[in-house]
Design a protein around this ligand. Structure first.
Ligand code: TRP
Ligand code: ZN
Length: 863
C-alpha cells in the first residue's frame, strides 16, 4: 500500500540522470500464493553521466532475505534501508548485486506489482510497481536486458510467461516445473511482466514486410477462449496499419496477450507480453456491444502501437508520460478512424475531450500535458496527459502536413531508438524536418487550461473584403492552428482552396480575405483542429445553415449540438425563473428532416440526432443546476418522442433486421440509430414504445440492442422493469463482464430509489470491492454517470462516495483515487451541495492512514 510516511513532491526541474545503470538482470521467481521468492542479479555500472553518490535501489513491501555484492553477503552497516530505499555507499564501478526477497501476491489487493487474479499470477509494473517485486532502480531511464526464470506448481500453473522469447523449460521434483524467458531488448522495468496460470490460447501468425514471422497468441481462461478472435483480428489489423502508416514493424518473434479479470486500468504494453483487462479482449455479439467491439479494437491497437511509441523509444522520466501516451492515443485514434467511420470517430473523441478533459482542465486538478510536479504519479494518468496530449500531436501533424509528419516520426524513431527521451526530443524532430520554429508551440505542453478564442468579423461589400479578428485569452499566447472555411449563401465554399489553415500566434490578430463576393458564413476550427473553445455568436439561423450546408462533417455535427445546447440551457434558465420555456417548432422540424434522411451514414446520423449529455451541459454552466438540466433534457426528449412519434417509429423499423453478428460500420450504425430512436420513443411513454422496448429486449440477437432496451427499462417505471432485470441476471450470472453491464444500468437509472438499490447490489454475490471492473460498473457509474442521484440535495450520494472511497483506499488506492475525483469539483455547485461535498472531502482527509494517492487529490481538491 502506498501509505504516506512523507508525501514527497517530485519536480521536473530536479531531474538528474541515474547514478548507476543496470545492463543486465537475471530474475528467478519461485511462485507461491502467500510466499513467492524473487532472486535477482543486477549487473550494475556507475553512470559516467550520473551525479555520483551512493547506489540507491527502490523497494516496497519486500521482505529482504539476502543481499550480496559481488558474491559477498552484505551485513547491516554496509547498507541503509529507509523510506523504500536501499542505499549502499561503497560500490565498485562495475558490480553484481544479488538480492533474495519474499513477497505475498495473495495479500496484494492494490493490483500493483505481482498479484493474483482469479487464481492467475500476473504483474502490473507501470508506473512504479516493479519495486514491489524486487530491489531495483525503478525509473524509466534505466534500461536493462532481462532473463527470467519462473518456477511453479505444474498442475495449477501450466502456463509460465514473461517478456521476450522462451528459451528453456523443464520438469522439477515435487510436481513443479519451470520456464526461462529471454528478452533481447533493453527495457525499463515498468515494462517487465510475468504471468503464470491455467490458460488456454488461440494462435495466429503475422509476417512483417521484412520477412519476420511473428507468432501471435492470446491467452484467456478456457471458458472465454471463443471470445478472443476479434482481439486477434484487431491485432493483425493494427500490425498492418503501423507498417503502412508509420513504416513500423513488429520486432518480436513472439507477441503474447493475456486477459485478466482484475486490472486497475485498460491494458498494459509490457514488451512482448501485453496484459489486458478482460473487458478489452473478450467480445462476442451475444455478450458484447458494438461499442465493446470497437473498444477492444482500439485498446489492442493502442498497446501494440506502444511497442514503438513507448517501448523502443521510451520516456526519460514520468513527467514525459504524454510522450508515449499522447502520441500513442493519436496513433490509435487514427487507426480506428481508418478502420471505421473517420467522421464518427472524430466526433466521439472530441466529445470525450470536451466533456471530461475540459472539465479536468477547469478544476482543481488542472495540470499541463507535461506536469511540472506530482506527488503520486498514478494520479497523472489523466485525460489531459492522454487525450489533450493526443491533440497536441494532432496539431503538429496538421502544421507539418502528412508527408513531413511522417518524415518527422521516422526521424524520431530512428534517432531515439533504444533511448529514454523527452517531449522536447519529439518536438525537435518535428521542428527539424519542417524547418519550423516550434518554440511557441511548445507552450501547449506547459500551460494548463483550455484556451478560448474570440471571433469578431466584418464584411466590406464595396471592397469585397472580409476581416476576421481572432483573440486568445492565453498568456503568453499559444500557437493555435485553426482550419477555416467561408460559406456562401448556397453553402458554397468561398475560398478557392475550400479550407484554409490560419495560425493564431498573437494575443489578437487580424486575418484579411480579399475577393470575397458575398458576406460569408464562417466555419471555424473545422475537424476540431485545435482543442480550444471558440467564442462566436451565431444566430439560430446561421447554425441551421452550418448544420445543413457545411462541407466539414464535424462542424455540421457541432452546429447541431450548439443548437440543442442553446435550447436546453434556455429551458434550464426559464425553469429556474419559474417559467416553462417554449420548444420551437423549427427545432423539431430540423430533427424531422434528419429522421427522414436516408443518405447519411447511420452512425453519423445518430450522432447528429443525439442531445448533448447532462455532463456536457453541466460543463457549460458557471454554476451547475443538476436537476434543472435533467428536467429540461427529459422534457425535450419527451417532446421529441411524442411530436415525432410516427417518423421515429418509421426510422426504428427501417433500422431493424440486421444480423447481430454483422459488425460492418453500416450494421453497427443502424443499431445505434435504432437504439437512439427507441430512447426517444420510450421518453414519449406510449404503450407502443414500451411494447417495442420489451420486444427488443426479448428478441434481440445481440447485446447492443438487448442492453439498450434493458437500460431504458431500468430507467423507467414500467411494471416489467424488475422482471427484465431478473431475467437478464438469470441468463448472465456466470459472466462477469455482462454482469458489469447489469450493475451499470441499475446504477445509472435516475430514479429515487437508485442509491438504496446500489447499496443492496453491493451485497450481491457477484459484487466485490476487490474487483476494479465491478467497482467501476456499480459505484463509479453511480457517482459519475447518474448526476441526479449522486447530487441528491440531501447529500446522500456524496456520503456514499466518501464511504466507498475510504473502504477502497485500504484495498486499492488507485481505484479509490479515481473514485474520489467525483467530489473534487465541489465549487461548481450551488449550496447546499457545495458545502456537503466539501465536508465529505474534509472527512476523507481526516482519515488516519490515508493513501498518498487519495491524499494528493483530496488536498488539491480542497486547497
Ligand atoms: N500504459 C498503460 C496504457 O495506457 C496504462 C496503464 C495500464 C497503467 N495499467 C496501469 C498506468 C497501471 C498506471 C497504473 O496503455
Ligand atoms: Zn498507453
Amino acid at each position: 500500500m502506498s501509505q504516506i510516511a512523507s508525501p514527497k513532491t517530485h519536480y521536473l526541474k530536479d531531474y538528474q540522470p541515474p547514478a548507476y545503470l543496470i545492463d543486465r538482470v537475471e530474475l528467478s521467481f519461485r511462485l507461491d500464493e502467500q510466499s513467492t521468492q524473487v532472486h535477482s542479479v543486477l549487473h550494475l555500472r556507475r553512470n559516467p553521466q550520473g551525479p555520483g553518490g551512493p547506489l540507491r535501489l527502490d523497494g516496497e513491501g519486500l521482505n529482504t532475505l539476502e543481499l550480496r555484492l559481488d558474491g559477498r553477503p552484505l551485513v547491516p552497516g554496509e547498507y541503509g534501508m529507509e523510506d523504500g530505499q536501499l542505499s549502499i555507499e561503497q560500490v565498485p564501478q562495475r558490480c553484481r548485486l544479488e538480492s533474495r526477497v519474499e513477497i505475498n501476491p495473495a495479500a496484494n489487493t492494490a493490483l500493483e506489482g505481482l498479484y493474483l487474479s482469479s487464481g492467475l499470477f500476473c504483474t502490473q509494473c507501470e508506473a512504479e510497481g516493479f519495486r514491489r517485486i524486487s530491489w531495483f532502480i525503478d525509473r524509466p531511464d534505466v534500461m536493462a536486458c532481462y532473463r527470467v526464470r519462473i518456477e511453479a506448481e505444474r498442475q495449477r500453473y501450466p502456463v509460465l510467461l514473461s517478456n521476450g522469447n522462451p528459451i528453456e523449460q523443464g520438469e522439477l521434483a515435487g510436481g513443479r516445473h519451470y520456464a526461462v524467458w529471454d528478452d533481447p531488448f533493453p527495457k525499463p522495468c515498468y515494462l517487465f511482466a510475468l504471468v503464470a496460470g491455467d490458460l488456454s490460447h488461440i494462435e495466429a501468425s503475422h509476417q512483417t514486410p521484412s520477412g519476420r514471422r511473428v507468432r501471435l497468441r492470446i491467452y484467456s481462461e478456457a471458458e472465454n477462449i471463443a471470445r478472443c478472435q476479434h482481439a486477434m483480428d484487431s491485432l493483425i489489423k493494427a500490425m498492418l496499419w503501423d507498417e503502412r502508416t508509420y513504416g513500423r514493424e513488429c520486432d518480436l518473434d513472439v507477441y503474447n496477450i493475456v486477459a485478466v479479470n482484475d486490472f486497475n486500468m485498460g491494458a498494459m504494453e509490457n514488451k512482448g507480453l501485453n496484459i489486458f483487462n478482460a473487458k478489452f479482449v473478450l467480445a462476442s455479439p451475444e455478450s458484447a456491444t458494438d461499442a465493446d467491439f470497437q473498444a477492444v479494437e482500439g485498446v489492442i491497437a493502442h498497446e501494440y502501437f506502444h511497442n514503438w511509441s513507448g517501448n523502443r523509444v521510451t520516456c526519460r522520466d514520468w513527467f514525459q508520460l504524454s510522450l508515449k501516451e499522447g502520441f500513442t492515443v493519436f496513433r490509435d485514434q487514427e487507426f480506428s478512424a481508418d478502420m471505421n467511420s473517420r467522421g464518427v470517430k472524430r466526433i466521439e473523441d472530441v466529445r470525450l475531450l470536451r466533456t471530461h478533459q475540459f472539465a479536468e482542465d477547469a478544476g482543481p486538478m488542472a495540470h499541463p500535458v507535461r506536469p511540472e510536479s506530482y506527488v503520486e504519479i498514478n494520479n497523472f494518468y489523466t485525460l489531459t496527459v492522454y487525450e489533450k496530449g493526443a491533440e497536441l500531436v494532432r496539431m503538429q501533424a496538421l502544421l507539418l502536413g502528412p508527408e513531413r509528419f511522417r518524415q518527422a516520426t521516422d526521424l524520431y524513431f530512428q534517432r531515439h531508438d533504444g533511448q529514454a527521451v523527452t517531449i522536447d526530443d519529439f518536438v525537435a524532430c518535428m521542428a527539424e524536418v519542417s524547418g519550423r520554429d516550434l518554440g511557441q508551440f511548445k507552450r501547449w505542453y506547459a500551460q494548463a487550461g483550455t484556451p478560448e478564442v474570440r471571433v469578431e468579423a466584418a464584411y466590406e461589400p464595396q471592397a469585397r473584403r472580409y476581416r476576421l479578428r481572432l483573440s486568445q485569452d492565453r498568456q503568453p499566447p499559444l500557437h493555435i492552428p485553426l482550419v477555416l472555411g467561408l460559406l456562401g449563401p448556397e453553402g458554397e465554399e468561398l475560398l478557392a482552396e475550400g479550407s484554409r489553415l490560419l495560425e493564431l500566434t498573437e494575443a489578437s490578430q487580424e486575418f484579411v480575405f480579399e475577393q470575397i463576393a458575398r458576406p460569408p458564413l464562417i466555419s471555424l476550427n473545422r475537424g476540431f483542429s485545435a482543442p480550444v473553445k471558440i467564442r462566436l455568436d451565431y444566430s439560430d439561423e446561421q447554425l441551421g445553415r452550418l448544420m445543413a450546408q457545411d462541407s466539414d462533417g464535424f462542424n455540421r455535427w457541432d452546429a447541431a449540438q450548439t443548437l440543442s445546447q442553446r435550447l436546453l440551457l434556455g429551458l434550464v434558465a426559464e425553469a429556474a425563473a419559474g417559467r416553462q420555456g417554449a420548444i420551437p417548432a423549427a427545432f423539431i422540424q430540423g430533427l424531422a428532416d434528419n429522421l427522414a434522411d436516408q443518405a447519411t451514414d447511420p452512425a453519423l446520423l445518430a450522432e447528429t440526432l443525439s442531445l448533448p449529455s447532462e455532463g456536457y451541459l453541466a460543463e457549460q454552466m458557471e454554476c451547475v443546476d443538476v436537476d434543472g438540466i435533467h428536467q429540461a433534457r427529459e422534457r425535450l426528449r419527451q417532446h421529441i418522442g411524442s411530436q415525432l412519434h410516427g417518423p421515429l417509429l418509421a426510422l426504428y423499423e427501417r433500422c431493424g433486421g440486421s444480423a447481430g453478428a454483422d459488425l460492418s460500420p453500416q450494421a453497427m450504425g443502424r443499431r445505434q440509430l435504432r437504439n437512439l430512436t427507441l430512447g426517444y420513443l420510450m421518453a414519449s411513454q406510449t404503450p407502443e414504445a414500451l411494447a417495442l422496448c420489451l420486444r427488443q429486449f426479448e428478441q434481440a440477437d445481440n447485446m447492443t440492442e438487448r442492453l439498450a432496451a434493458l437500460a431504458l427499462l431500468a430507467a423507467s417505471d414500467a411494471p416489467q422493469r424488475s422482471e427484465a432485470l431478473e431475467q437478464f441476471q438469470r441468463h448472465w450470472q456466470g459472466d462477469a463482464l455482462v454482469m458489469d453491464k447489469w450493475f451499470g444500468v441499475q446504477a445509472s437509472a435516475s430514479r429515487p430509489e437508485t442509491l438504496q438499490q446500489v447499496r443492496r447490489l453491493m451485497r450481491h454475490p457477484a459484487f466485490s470491492l476487490r474487483n476494479p471492473n465491478r467497482v467501476r460498473a456499480l459505484i463509479s457509474t453511480f457517482c459519475n454517470a447518474n448526476p441526479v442521484c449522486f447530487h441528491a440535495a440531501d447529500g446522500s450520494g456524496y456520503a456514499f462516495c466518501r464511504e466507498q472511497v475510504l473502504a477502497l483506499d485500504g484495498l486499492n488506492p488507485q481505484v479509490a483515487a479515481r473514485l474520489v475525483r467525483a467530489l473534487v469539483r465541489w465549487r461548481r455547485y450551488p449550496e447546499p451541495r457545495r458545502g456537503l461535498m466539501q465536508r465529505q472531502l474534509q472527512q476523507i482527509l481526516a482519515q488516519p492512514g490515508l493513501s498518498g494517492d487519495v491524499h494528493e487529490l483530496v488536498s488539491k481538491g480542497l486547497g
